[in-house]
Design a protein around this ligand. Sequence first.
Ligand SMILES: Cc1cc2nc3c(=O)[nH]c(=O)nc-3n(C[C@H](O)[C@H](O)[C@H](O)COP(=O)(O)OP(=O)(O)OC[C@H]3O[C@@H](n4cnc5c(N)ncnc54)[C@H](O)[C@@H]3O)c2cc1C
Length: 397
Amino acid sequence: MTTIVQQQVLNKRIAIIGGGPGGLTLALILQKNGIDAVVYEREPHDTNRERGGSLDIHEESGQMALKEAGLYEQFQALARYEGEDFRLFDKSGKLYMDEVAEGDAQGARPEIDRGVLCDMLLKALNPNAIRYGYKLIEAVPLENGQHELRFENGQIDVVDLVVGADGAFSQVRPLLTDAVATYSGITMVELNIPDVANAHPDLAALNARGKMFALADHKAIMGQLNGNGSLKVYLCFNAERDWLDTCGIDLIDVEAAKAQLLGYFEDWDPSLQKYIRYASHNMIGRRIYMLPVGHQWECRSGVTLIGDAAHLMSPFAGEGVNMAMQDAAELALAIVRHGSELDEAIAEYEHNMYRYSSESAMQSGENLAIIFGEDAALRLKEQFDRIYLEFVQQANA
Ligand SMILES: Cc1cc2nc3c(=O)[nH]c(=O)nc-3n(C[C@H](O)[C@H](O)[C@H](O)COP(=O)(O)OP(=O)(O)OC[C@H]3O[C@@H](n4cnc5c(N)ncnc54)[C@H](O)[C@@H]3O)c2cc1C
């Protein structure tokens, strides 16, 4: 049986552009509250599995959203609590932090692979609620407050609410703001080492069960154990935007690329160089973009943004996916509260979202400055110690 609020919203057509973690979570929480929405995804099928590795899902944001979606128990069964292990080195191999997730204790930030997370969301979502092969070209505001959505496949839809969950280069964002994603100054080269425990037990032991950061000379090697036993490695460079085109490294020619990449880390400890030497296939160059920290727009009828579309930030605080999922929950619950008054729901959601997302964006920016600054390993340890102390003080207040 539907409630009065649901009946009011049922008459409204809600479009979510983008089937990443943010868009899927939003559709699912609406569905759980009896409200229909349609996700329009540009790819011909789900590609979340191919888009990066393990994500730590935070208690107060990502996990909160999973509770609202009714998936928390499933998440707990799939999450890797031991993935909270964290090691921090400098280039000489000196160890600054060695955090080990304790026994059976369930920490606040367990890991899950992006593909596994999105599979879980997709399985719970009504299959009719997602349309693949729908790349939004343009959203045109109509005089009656609705939006006409024009897709590359020739389809046109008219909706009452359009939510841009379409990531860094959102096609919905220009309806609200002139802000564009700008290059952060950091470029990553992603490497993969399959079955690291069996193929390279020495590196598996060094990396432990979670994440490893080695920082020095405005560069970083970051290792991340994934749920399928592979190690994902991000080599991070403070570089010009066109460096990937001008550096002369052909990422298709893996062995030659490895030799060239090792050149950038020739005076790093041999144990850390193994993150490059053992890489086997599938090298990907990634430029890191961001929106201005604290960026806001004037509230407009029938349109809003969530996730990277709203507040793209560098990945150095591990907040992006958590913010996308928290936005999804905040917006969905505001819609549930306000019924057919969708504009009131948008206003309430945006007001809250600006506050928490700007804190995370600021944190990501601070971490970026530390990770690529002087004495990076020591400074990052001091930063984590400070955050931990603040957390303890707040908990005891
Ligand atoms: C290398 C790297 C590592 C990261 N590591 C972490 C981490 O450890 N922890 C963390 O929290 N975050 C991390 N992030 C950030 C995280 O990936 C993003 O913040 C998160 O994916 C945002 O989710 P989203 O749903 O807003 O957008 P996305 O995941 O980008 O999804 C957007 C979706 O919209 C679709 N789309 C785009 N344009 C259109 C269009 N015109 N029409 C229809 N569909 C469209 C896309 O195909 C995609 O499916 C990392 C990012 C990078 C680059």
